[in-house]
Design a protein around this ligand. Sequence first.
Ligand SMILES: Cc1cc2nc3c(=O)[nH]c(=O)nc-3n(C[C@H](O)[C@H](O)[C@H](O)COP(=O)(O)OP(=O)(O)OC[C@H]3O[C@@H](n4cnc5c(N)ncnc54)[C@H](O)[C@@H]3O)c2cc1C
Length: 350
Amino acid sequence: MQDKITQFDWAVIGAGPAGIAAVGKLIDNQVKPEKIAWFDPEFRVGDFGSKWRKVPSNTKVSLFNRFLTASDAFNYTNCPEKFALHNLNPDKTCELKFMADPLQWVTAQLQKQVHWQAGLVKHLKLNHKHWEISLADQKLSAKNVILATGAEPKTLSFPAVQTIPLEMAFDPDHLAQNCSKEDTVAVFGSSHSAILIIRNLLENCSLKKVINFYQSPLRYAVYMDDWILFDDTGLKGTTADWAREHIDGTLPPRLHRVLSSSENLQEYLPNCTKAVYAVGFQKRLISIEGFNDLSYDDKTGIIAPGLFGLGIAFPEGKIDRLGNLEYRVGLWKFMDYLTTAMPLWLKYPA
Ligand SMILES: Cc1cc2nc3c(=O)[nH]c(=O)nc-3n(C[C@H](O)[C@H](O)[C@H](O)COP(=O)(O)OP(=O)(O)OC[C@H]3O[C@@H](n4cnc5c(N)ncnc54)[C@H](O)[C@@H]3O)c2cc1C
């Protein structure tokens, strides 16, 4: 006889910042916590809490504080822990670890309320208006599913050059140990990540040279009275300050910047011993029966009836007041988006 499959009203897949926000807001919206299932292999605040801890934030401490108190279910106003975040200047940026630690505490508060299970969801299938959720050795079902599954760094393929994975390039100690005086390191990209890594390499490593292959000029966030131009794509904080001085100002002697054209690749790449690809992120895939890809409506997060996306993999697309389309990625933005998206999700079951 087949085992009876446990049924939930909602399943949240992923326990990074987006999954945390989704679980909190479901409870705030009167979904019974015992009717929520939550899946993640580790419950360590996703990539934010495990891979990016040493990255300086591009958002201010005040926005992290706002995230932590935006859901009653987080119970953060009663948090007895004295996290270092509480003592930081709200108007400054900080290393992401300062936010990851409070988020780990919030994760534990939510785990006390909902059904959580450590594991990777392998497959989803719609079956009689319920999503069948398959893990390695178990099946559950939920009427609605939120994918908060995060994104992977994109890479380029230049096999002759040894790749430094992005998460290691963000770690100054790792770079210092793994680069030598003989190394010329290629850094691809001109985003916040690329500039951080160039800075890490130049300030922490005794290498020969850094060659930055870029495709477009640097872009800086511009703080207007009540809005920010290039809020999601522009350089911010200490990274912007450093770039203004050292990239758009005077290039450090060991930094060479070239357009990423085929001629320049042919000329400069053979001199490089290592490469870092800071060229963006792509959503993590999950197998769903009958779906070719995971395209979604970027105004609502709807993928299909009863199936929704949130977080860096499914960001909200928003037109700024000058008509530029930007994808809103960041903790506070995920939370803010839920204010409009979740009431729609609650009315859009499978
Ligand atoms: C370098 C960098 C710096 C950033 N700096 C900031 C910043 O300063 N401020 C800010 O607000 N934002 C910042 N962000 C943006 C964003 O907040 C982070 O990318 C954040 O990690 C995204 O959260 P997420 O929950 O969408 O994804 P993740 O943190 O990646 O979490 C996704 C989780 O889902 C799990 N998962 C995936 N597939 C499955 C599956 N099939 N089954 C079960 N679990 C699964 C993963 O294991 C992971 O734990 C930064 C991003 C990067 C990359």
